[in-house]
Design a protein around this ligand. Structure first.
Ligand code: FUB
Length: 369
């Protein structure tokens, strides 16, 4: 908790991230400049690369190599006229590395906002999947009316380049797409994020800007939930209307909007382990990566606990991936920058316990004496 105090004190939600760049203390170190962890602690892991800033890491293993798809963070002018405006990413870069973490490569621009006819700005957290032998990147961006939509871009190689489709995916909206390919080959698109991610504006199924920049402001009602839909076999469209992914407590009751320690904020990710589907996500202003389990990819998912305690920086976003029999957590923090919008991707081991829970990870360790 103390780790992000410098920035979190002034922030209450992604809706205020437009202010974050302006208020952030300190100057970004150029990539390559290491930094000490706060409070005499040490970071659990180091950035995968210091060549660029890469956030929201979605990792996949393709043909024996790890590929990390993430947001390419850049220095952007701060502004406070729009939630999240400081997160002004303009292109995607893919990182790849050997299974053991060696031979890290940052590949050339995979595609840029100029390549996407429908998109205007803010290429936020992407994911990728291999479907029918092609590599497809799913990504959110604001359209020319300022509405977050989700697009797909297709390539022949895992590192790109990718050709964006001319239109966003019909029926998909908000941010943070995550694609889960089940054992039977069916692919599911999860998405959503409240506050700057605009999910609250889709509560009725129709976009309503009057719903504002936070949530529904109904703390005793069920929380806003991520959306899911099965994809068509080519992965380019939804095969069905999106539905809500319900997250419930131990008694089967939906988590409430005011349950800030447990309710969904953004960054939905699904993996399958030991016969269960695991949905993990950021809790936003409480800065945890939480998880819930289900026997169906559609849910309902029952809240189980915390995978990752708060990292340095306001946002937290992750992926959970099996790498040749060992499970890994990919995540990000603001090591070396003290800027919420300049983040670096990291990885560490993740342990599934025998009872189906996941061992909680602390992104800090005690510093050596
Ligand atoms: O990187 C921009 C946004 O910040 C992502 O879409 C969210 O998940 C948060 O990490």
């Amino acid at each position: 908790m103390r780790a992000r105090m410098a920035t979190a004190m002034a922030l209450t939600g992604l809706s205020l991230m437009m202010a974050s760049a302006a208020m952030a203390q300190g100057v970004a170190s150029p990539p390559g400049t290491p930094a000490a962890a706060p409070d005499s602690r040490a970071y659990l892991a180091q950035p995968l690369t210091t060549e660029i800033f890469l956030a929201d890491p979605s990792a996949h293993v393709f043909d024996g190599r790890i590929y990390v798809y993430g947001s390419h963070d850049i220095e952007a002018p701060a502004a406070d006229d729009q939630p999240g405006k400081g997160y002004a990413m303009r292109d995607y870069r893919v990182l790849s590395m050997r299974i053991d973490g060696g031979d890290v490569r940052v590949h050339p621009v995979a595609f840029a906002v100029e390549d996407v006819p429908w998109a205007d700005r803010q290429l936020w957290a992407p994911d990728a999947a291999r479907i029918n032998g092609r590599y497809q990147v799913y990504f959110p961006a604001k359209d020319h009316e300022g509405v977050f939509r989700i697009g797909v871009a297709v390539g022949d190689r895992p590192e790109g380049p990718f050709r964006p489709e001319a239109e966003p995916i019909a029926g998909a909206f908000s941010i943070d797409p995550g694609v889960f390919v089940d054992q039977d080959g069916a692919a599911y698109l999860y998405a959503g994020g409240i506050h700057g991610g605009q999910l609250q504006r889709w509560a009725t199924g129709v976009y309503d800007p009057a719903a504002g920049n936070t949530d529904l402001n109904r703390p005793d009602d069920p929380a806003l939930a991520p959306r899911v839909a099965r994809l068509t076999p080519d992965g380019l469209a939804l095969a069905e209307p999106v539905r809500e992914v319900l997250i419930v407590d131990e008694a089967g009751k939906p988590l409430k909007g005011g349950d800030l320690d447990r309710r969904f904020f953004e960054a939905a990710w699904v993996h399958h382990y030991g016969g269960l589907y695991y949905l993990s996500y950021s809790t936003g202003e409480t800065h945890n990566i939480a998880y819930a389990t289900s026997t169906s990819p559609y849910g309902p998912f029952t809240w189980r606990g915390v995978i990752l305690k708060p990292v340095e920086g306001w946002t937290t976003h992750h992926s959970v991936v099996e790498v040749e029999g060992r499970w890994k957590l990919f995540y990000h923090d603001t090591q070396g920058t003290n800027r919420n919008t300049l983040r670096s991707a990291k990885w560490t081991d993740l342990v599934h316990e025998a009872d189906g829970t996941i061992r909680t990870i602390d992104p800090f360790v005690a510093a050596a004496p």
